[in-house]
Design a protein around this ligand. Structure first.
Ligand code: ZN
Ligand code: FE
Length: 255
């Protein structure tokens, strides 16, 4: 059974998400940037948290947790590899492990790169993946701890999910990611359209997150390493996909 997703803007450009099952009332929060907007959303909908899912240890994804748990004593789930630097976990998971959320079997993917120990949560029935700061709309997280090869591997796992998967990522960075994509200069028609759509949405104050995985695979420069047009624009015709990814990530770091 698919579940309902609610997107909650937090801080200056973060997103938290609620996954809700109207039948049982079960409600999961994904990431806890700050308590105010999350508690307000729960109150307005009269929902009580049953689960909190943490993608990684950065403060802008966990700092709201204490105040949220004080009001909603939910089960906290995060990565075994990050247990030493996350708030106390009730359930620690590694890639390949699953847990049940209101009848849906949620699986965990290791998507290290931005940090080592970063995980994503895949809800196959809801057709959604919560990617934190790994795969983002038109971008991917900066490599603070992992290597380009690790992030490439992580993004490849996410790209292997069904195209109709909703990508719920942690930040509203899409406009600047689009400016970077334009700078690569391969003039792909899908990329050009996405840049103009993004400009329109931001001008109207609309969020660009979540996005669809199929569109990310067509337009996100970090998922287009095998695209001959992008390779040519980079002067990397015939290079290995991981080398193309590494060059795109390096250019973004210096953009
Ligand atoms: Zn982060
Ligand atoms: Fe972040």
């Amino acid at each position: 059974m698919p579940h309902e997703i609610v997107t909650i803007p937090c801080l200056s450009d973060n997103y938290a998400f609620l996954v809700h099952d109207p039948v049982s009332g079960a409600t999961a929060l994904v990431d806890a940037p700050e308590p105010g907007p999350i508690l307000a959303e729960l109150k307005q909908r009269d929902w009580t948290l049953s689960h909190v899912l943490l993608t990684h240890h950065h403060w802008d994804h966990i700092d709201g947790l204490g105040d949220i748990l004080a009001a909603h004593p939910a089960r906290v789930i995060g990565a075994t590899a990050d247990a030493h630097r996350l708030p106390t976990l009730d359930t620690a998971l590694v890639e390949g492990k699953t847990f049940e959320f209101a009848g849906e079997t949620v699986s965990v993917l290791d998507v290290s790169g931005h940090t080592v120990g970063h995980i994503a949560f895949h809800f196959p029935d809801t057709k959604a993946v919560f990617t934190g700061d790994s795969l983002m709309a038109m971008g991917c997280g900066r490599l603070f701890e992992g290597t380009p090869a690790q992030m490439f591997d992580s993004l490849s796992k996410l790209a292997a999910l069904p195209d109709e998967t909703t990508v719920c990522s942690g930040h509203e960075y899409t406009a600047s990611n689009c400016a970077f994509a334009a700078s690569l200069g391969d003039n792909d028609a899908n990329v050009v359209k996405r840049i103009s759509d993004t400009t329109d949405m931001r001008r109207k104050g609309k969020p660009t997150v979540p996005s669809q995985l199929g569109l990310e695979k067509l337009t996100n420069p970090f998922l287009r390493s095998t695209d001959p047009a992008l390779q040519q624009a980079l002067g990397l015709q015939g290079a290995t996909p991981v080398d193309v990814f590494t060059e795109v990530r390096k250019r973004k770091d210096n953009f």
